[in-house]
Each structure stands twice: as C-alpha cells, then as structure tokens.
Design a protein around this ligand. Structure first.
Ligand code: ADP
Ligand code: MG
Length: 352
C-alpha cells in the first residue's frame, strides 16, 4: 500500500492540493444544523444555537502514537476521530464538528489517504459529527494526523474535572486495561513478523482487546444514560492514560483524594488472562495502561441507588479529604498502595 513506486497507486501530486481535498471529502454529508459553513471557505462557521462551545485537539504522530506496521490506515482514521470525541464526551457535551489536519510524506499514495478518510467518514457517520475543514501539508518524515473536535452543550449540563466533593463515589464505565493488552499482543506479533516474515501472526482469540486497541469507541452514549438515571456527575474525565493518572487529575482539579478498591476495578476476562499470559499484573494494566477511552466520574453519594446495578457503570471507590492522598486499597490485605501517574511506558511487571 505504501509503495509509491507501484504504478497502480496514485501519487498525491496527481490531484494537486485542492483536487485532493475535494476528492477525499466530497462524499461527506452533514448531520448537524449547527454546521453553517464547512469545507471550501476560509473558515467553517458553527452556530452554537445558544449553547456553549467545547473544543479539543489531539495529534497522532507516526512512530510515536501508532505504528503502520500493524495499524490499518482505516482504523487510524477512525481512532483519530474517536480520541477527540472521547474528550468531548468527558465534558458531558455532544460532539458536533471535527477539523482534520494532515501532514503526509510523498511515500503515501492517494489510496492510503482514501483509507484514512474512509475511517474518518465511518466515525463521522457513527457519531453524527460533521467534517467541516482541515489542512493538508507535506511532511518529510511520516504521517501526522491532528484532529480538532467541537462539541456543544448547555452550560448547566457541562461537567468539568473540578467538582468532586469528599464522600462522592468514583465510577467508571465499561472495563479497563484491554487496549493496553491489545497493544502488547500487536507488538509481540509484529516483532515475531519482523524476525521472520513467513510466520503467521497469532491473533486468534484476542478479538476483544485488539478491537479495544485498534477500533476504540468514545462513550458518547453515557451522556444519555446518565440523563435517564437523573444523575449529573460532579466531575468527569476520560481514561486515555490509565485509571491511576486520570484519578490524580480529578484529585488535582477537585482538591480531594481518592480511594480505589482493587477488587472493584472492572476488567474483561480476556484482559485478565492475556495479562497473565504476558506475565503482567492485570490491575497494573488497568491502572497504568492507556487508551481505554472509558469515562471516569464522581457522583454525589445520594445517587448511589440510581446507579448501583447498572451494567455500564462500576463504583470503584470514593473521594476523601485531599490530605488523605490517593491510594489503591489492595484486595484481601486492605494495604494502601499509592496511586502514581507513571503512564504506560514505565510499566511494572508482575512480581517486580
Ligand atoms: P486555506 O488556504 O484557507 O488554509 P486550504 O486550501 O488549506 O485553505 O483549504 C481549503 C478548504 O479545504 C478549507 O475549507 C479547509 O478547511 C479544507 N481542507 C483543507 N485540508 C483538508 C483536509 N485534509 N480535510 C478536510 N478539509 C480540508
Ligand atoms: Mg490551509
């Protein structure tokens, strides 16, 4: 796909800049009445219709955030949108528009960009957001894709990181650690492939965690579910860097500490068995693995009854005085283990 010497592939120069943008975006349609002017003018025009505008951006750089050795381009386009929509969801806002900026080297043919845009378009349709603009430039080293997402919401519904109070319950959606473990499997199989290109990768049975890594979803569905339960979180964040780091962000902004109960942390059985296979501590994968794109939030203790048996939500802990710090309460022993934001590079192996 990336071989620009292949005569069947189309070099970007074939279209020229304007022709290329038109070629890539002409099949996109619009879902939001707030989109007034989109691709083709100097700026997009968004009409917030009396709501507040929330804006976020994320850069994905080849070699830093993704490896085209095992990430399909269509998935990359999809995921680049999703990571931004996850941030909008974490504000309890509704994502409405995106802007896509690409820096791309001439080793990518038009067909590669078509794949990326097919992924972007799939995400736009799935999440009902409009592509309203972008920028396209050349790069001397690899691919960089930067997406900016816009969301709209009435101010009374918006949730920031700073509203958690002592005794609030800490809640997480879905399950954790899967995306990190999916990445470990992809990297393992990729290095096997590099060592011996004739070896078939062994990906069977890992579907759930591979999908969590390659085709994550933003929890834009949670906003509606919380509204149905008549719950407004007191603080919220999305889980992009691991539970530990996100909890510390809520702590920092809300000026409270947290206790997380190890036994409560939701993990899929495949994530647990894969962690054990790779000799990793499963809970460490949830705490410090990245890219789960679930939502982490706090609710008032009075909302406990409303949420306690809901399949999408797990209560994993509660807020305490800031002076009491942020700790994991270990299973069985009740020993307190300090939460730290080690991120997912400095990773603890089982038994270390
Ligand atoms: P300008 O010179 O004003 O920056 P461009 O020539 O970069 O305009 O872009 C022309 C139009 O195409 C603008 O509406 C811009 O938002 C849109 N656009 C440019 N690149 C992309 C892209 N990669 N994806 C979507 N829209 C794009
Ligand atoms: Mg431009």
């Amino acid at each position: 796909m990336l071989e620009d010497k292949n005569p069947e592939l189309t070099p970007i120069s074939h279209y020229g800049e304007f022709g290329l943008i038109k070629h890539l975006t002409e099949t996109f349609s619009f879902e939001n009445s707030s989109t007034e002017v989109s691709i083709g003018d100097d700026c997009a025009v968004i009409n917030p219709e009396g709501q507040k505008v929330v804006i976020t951006t994320d850069v994905l750089a080849e070699g830093v955030h993704f490896n085209l050795g095992y990430v399909p381009l269509k998935h990359l386009g999809y995921k680049a949108v999703v990571v931004n929509l996850s941030d909008i969801a974490a504000m309890n806002a509704k994502p409405t528009q995106i802007i896509v900026a690409l820096a791309v080297s001439s080793r990518f043919p038009v067909e590669a960009l078509e794949e990326i845009y097919a992924g972007i378009q799939l995400a736009c349709k799935h999440y009902k957001v409009d592509l309203v603009g972008g920028d396209t430039t050349s790069s001397t080293s690899g691919l960089v894709i930067t997406i900016t997402a816009v969301g709209l919401e009435h101010s009374e519904n918006m949730v920031l990181r700073n509203g958690a109070k002592v005794n609030d319950l800490l809640v997480v959606t879905g399950d954790l650690g899967g995306a990190y473990l999916g990445l470990q499997i992809l990297e393992r199989e990729h290095s096997v492939f590099l060592a011996n290109p004739n070896m078939q990768p062994e990906m069977e049975g890992y579907d759930y965690i591979l999908e969590k890594q390659l085709k994550p979803e933003a929890r834009t569905d949670i906003k509606k579910k919380l509204a149905e339960l008549d719950i407004k979180p007191t603080s919220m964040i999305d889980v992009s860097d691991g539970l530990s780091s996100e909890t510390l962000h809520l702590s920092d902004q809300s000026k409270v500490g947290f206790r997380i109960y190890e036994e409560k942390i939701p993990m899929d059985s495949l994530s647990i068995s894969t962690a054990e296979e790779l000799n990793l501590n499963p809970v460490m994968c949830a705490l410090n693995g990245g890219e789960d794109y679930e939502l982490l939030f706090t609710i008032a203790p009075a909302d406990f009854e409303k949420i306690k048996n809901h399949p999408d939500f797990t209560i994993i802990g509660h807020a305490v005085d800031l002076e009491q710090g942020n700790f994991l309460v270990a299973r069985g022993s009740n020993e307190l283990v300090a939460l730290n934001a080690q991120g997912w590079d400095a990773f603890l192996n089982k038994g270390n």
